[in-house]
Design a protein. Sequence first.
Lengths: 232, 123
Amino acid sequence: MNTILEYSHVTKQFGSMHALYDVNFTIEPGHIIGLLGPNGSGKTTMIKLACGLLVPTSGSLTVCGEPVGPGSKARISYLPDKNYLSEWMKVSRIIDLFHDFYDNFDRNKSYEMLKRLNINPEQKLKTLSKGTREKVQLILVMSRNADLYLLDEPIGGVDPAARDYILQTILTNYNENGSILISTHLISDVEQVLDQIIFLKNGSISLQSSVDDIRENHQKSVDELFREVFQC
Amino acid sequence: MAWQFDNERPIYTQLLEQIRFLIISGLYPAGSKLPSVRDLASEASVNPNTMQRALAELERSGLIYSQRTSGRFVTEDGVLIKQMKESIGKEKILTFLHEMEQLGYTAADSVVLVEKVVEEEIR
């Protein structure tokens, strides 16, 4: 039983609208997977289902062989696409909070990353810029020793230099037994860090491939293929 | 060294070429130990699985070999490295000759021009 995450015939409807339709997909350990698709294609819905924040209309999901629930939440480290931390809290207090909440949280790791990105742990969240807040959230998520990291738009608001450091952090922090699913629009920035990609189109998986297979078969990067496939 | 990748070709082939270059140019000398997959991947900012694939290809070509417990090493076969160097040199010259041909130079004209440039450089 090696599969970390499995979607089996997962459909999610919001009213009469299909956000996801009959999605089948598995994540094996040791991969960094890009979840790519235009706005409204179902990326966030897919991630939220795996976190148990949404329940599928039909079909089922398992995390490490078990249904989504408290057990699976302990294994998953999730970066939402929104800020959910309390604005009045100091960064150091939030780190304490995470440390209390999660057994697998590594406090030293988070302080190390804060230092590298020149973030003062004694500052309150509301005094930080948007990009810096995003960095704090990502640090919190990557400081957990999880089996699966679900990162919803992790680098959207951060500057290119910090982006490089964050990708580096993602590369060095994940272990061979874990996997990372990253949803992003900044494909060319993350392309070389990924080994597999999924294209999501109107709630269905339209392509699932390794990055190098795309380059080999199309003689173009994933970024270029995306622009071609989803041309407006 | 900065690792650069173009968009048209698989990343693992480009990694393979760049590591081969490091071996041929002597930065990773014959018989020396290579950094771990993880360290190499981190240095090049690429996925470790992609780096793994590049190293596996290099192993197949004989340029590096792995020892079960102690990691990967550059071959001690100096002749093989030399051959590899020559074949890459030849490839570069063919590309150059092809470009010159498009400029209207025959191979012989190109050689004359190369000699002229080399002479000027020395002076």
